[in-house]
Write a new protein. Structure first.
Length: 308
């Protein structure tokens, strides 16, 4: 069985388990959100610090970060074309743009780590440090500028960026790698134990937060923009990688990160910032299901073309 399929099946199985547990209300919705928050501010940073500190980088992966950021910005701008959709509202346009620029980090971590080990985890961490702040800035700008509400909370992107636990973790991890400082054995083991729970908890929370009933409400608009996201971001990423000469494992990780579906947290932000929250839920559900087909298809297409 191909390595990508072998990595994808456990991911989808855990997401499905999370959906089952959410359906059975093993935990209330607030409980799942708390788990997702814990993974984001504690467990994920621990994984990032350790992965980057021990990463066997031969060259600085700045091309990986640049390509993914540019691809996000371009696909976010493409989302403005949604304005031409018949009878579409401003909040819906904001939700579509957000869907175009967000990605499910935990799926990328699981697949990248499964196929490429420590180096894969470190490269996905670099991608996360680049893509998550970019997605947050673009999403907030899109949602607030297209919202029809006037009581929206104020957001300061610069302050949020400086406080982002993933950015802080990347700075620490890269500093350790650059200076050659090794973590003490007990500290390294403690961080390793924290990071070990990241992917499983993140995937379970993602599954629990997915609204399967949204598939029944999804129409042509949801299908079209889901395909734009699932195919468009990888296409832009591949084009950028070819232009900048990105090769090998970094190229493969860039494709993985661009191919995963949008983040489940986009529903919450759409609801908070005046976006079309039902449409956001529809896009999450549709993309999660479609990605089971699109992700392997993109991977095999790249292999057939000899890109990595």
């Amino acid at each position: 069985m191909n390595a990508f399929i072998s990595a994808l099946i456990p991911v989808m199985a855990i997401v499905a388990l999370g959906r089952f547990l959410g359906w059975r209300t093993v935990l209330p919705d607030d409980g799942w959100r708390a788990i997702e928050r814990l993974a984001y501010i504690v467990l994920f940073p621990a994984l990032i610090i350790r992965a980057l500190a021990n990463a066997p980088f031969e060259t600085a992966p700045w091309k990986l970060a640049l390509i993914l950021i540019v691809a996000q910005c371009l696909l976010g701008a493409f989302g403005l074309l949604a304005r031409a959709w018949p009878k579409i509202t401003g909040p819906a346009v904001g939700s579509i743009i957000q869907s175009n620029v967000r990605w499910n980090t935990f799926v990328g971590l699981s697949i990248g780590g499964s196929i490429f080990g420590t180096e894969g985890l470190a490269l996905v961490a670099i991608a996360a440090a680049a893509m998550i702040p970019t997605a947050n800035i673009l999403s907030v700008a899109a949602l607030t500028s297209h919202a029809e509400r006037t009581d929206l909370p104020k957001r300061n992107p610069a302050v949020e960026l400086a406080r982002n636990p993933l950015i802080i973790a990347c700075v620490i991890g890269i500093a350790l790698a650059a200076t050659g400082v090794e973590l003490p054995a007990l500290v390294d083991e403690t961080i390793d134990l924290l990071g070990a729970g990241t992917i499983a908890l993140g995937l379970l929370a993602a599954g629990a937060g997915m609204d399967i009933a949204a598939l029944g409400r999804a129409g042509t608009r949801t299908l079209v923009w889901s395909l734009v996201r699932l195919l468009g971001l990888p296409a832009l990423t591949i084009a950028g990688a070819l232009m900048l000469g990105l090769t090998g494992t970094p190229f493969a990780i860039a494709v993985i990160c661009a191919s995963v579906p949008t983040a489940t947290s986009s529903y919450i932000l759409a609801r908070q910032l005046g976006g079309d929250a039902p449409l956001a839920a529809n896009l999450i559900a549709m993309q999660t299901v479609l990605s089971i087909v699109t992700m392997p298809a993109i991977w095999f297409a790249c292999l057939a073309a000899g890109l990595f």
